[in-house]
Design a protein around this ligand. Structure first.
Ligand code: SF4
Ligand code: SF4
Ligand code: FES
Length: 301
């Protein structure tokens, strides 16, 4: 491994319109055996740029804070070994480090991920039995354990084209939250039914199972195969399976739950619902317009 490395790091803040405004700046530092990308960023802060902002906490791949795009790929900086980065970077070229591109910029490598907290709050929590004397099989716990290993780094969200390219943050919950929804829906003790919300409010139909989210997940969660596809199957069974509809009509199968007043509009105020939908669509169209303008401005710079 060379004993020096040059990092080309994004430095900047949002402009008056909230769009990222800044430049890529080169920093060259010594490289020691065993370093990870976050170590190099810390060395840059120590030797060249004490005001370079980056978020980190555990340095062990557990807190999900240090997400960034390194050589164009979303990764945790603390879990990305420099020897791998040097092997993939063409000789003489700098290593590119940018903030996650799908989220609004705060400063330098830090982005604002408040959308994630807002989305999390829209998910009904677990609805378990009152009786504390319960049991379930180890296999049922094992299935959930995969979902519980999520470190909330948002790298999957940053990668998903529905959010990154199309900006559908209002309509689509994104891979991280389908993992959370799957962990609740598949919980052996949970009695809630979030399937209507998963279909209508969280927009699972927008996912076209490209698996890009799974490829970048540092926790190794098979997001598409184990969370999204089973949820899609449940939506199909609940809403489109003709046998289930007949069984429901005959009273053999439970009726679909009443939609939540928090997230749905009932028949009585369907006009309100239509107006809200129209506003929602025009907000999405406006967001898409702004995104196109932002890309155009960035291209000209
Ligand atoms: S599989 Fe679905 S959630 Fe994952 S990146 Fe593709 S569209 Fe997004
Ligand atoms: S599912 Fe994986 S990529 Fe997505 S937030 Fe959780 S750990 Fe990060
Ligand atoms: S610093 Fe915690 S995951 Fe990287």
């Amino acid at each position: 491994m060379n004993n020096q490395v040059t990092f080309r790091v994004f430095r900047g803040e949002p402009d008056a319109d909230g769009d990222p405004f800044g430049q890529m700046i080169d920093y060259t530092v010594d490289l020691d055996e065993g370093m990870v990308v976050l170590d190099v960023i810390h060395r840059i802060q120590a030797e060249h740029a004490p005001d370079l902002s980056c978020r980190w906490n555990c340095k062990a791949g557990k807190c999900g804070s240090c997400s960034a795009e390194v050589n164009g790929k979303p990764r945790l900086m603390c879990m990305t070994r420099m020897e791998d980065i040097m092997a993939e970077t063409p000789g003489g070229e700098p290593v590119l480090v940018k903030p996650m591109q799908a989220f609004p910029l705060t400063r330098d490598l830090v982005t604002d991920t408040s959308w994630a907290y807002d989305t999390d709050r829209r998910i009904f929590p677990i609805n378990g039995p009152e009786d504390p004397d319960w049991e379930f099989y180890q296999e049922e716990a094992d299935r959930l354990q995969e979902f519980r290993s999520c470190v909330e780094c948002m790298l999957c969200v940053n990668t998903c084209h529905v959010l990154r390219e199309h900006g559908m943050f209002d309509e689509f919950a994104g891979p991280r939250f389908f993992v959370r929804l799957a962990s609740l829906e598949m919980h052996p003790l949970d009695t809630g039914n979030r399937i209507p919300h998963i279909k209508d409010d969280f927009g699972i139909g927008y996912c076209n199972i490209t698996k890009c989210c799974t490829e970048v997940c540092p926790a190794g969660i098979k997001i598409t195969d184990n969370a999204i596809i089973p949820l899609k199957e449940r939506v199909v069974t609940e809403f489109y399976d003709p046998l289930a509809t007949i069984a429901r009509m005959l009273g053999i199968k439970e009726k679909l739950p009443e939609p939540s007043p928090r997230l749905h509009f009932g028949d009585a105020n369907v006009k309100v619902a239509e107006r809200a939908l129209k506003e929602e669509r025009s907000r999405a169209e406006e967001a898409r317009k702004q995104e196109r303008a932002r890309v155009e401005r960035a291209r000209r710079r």
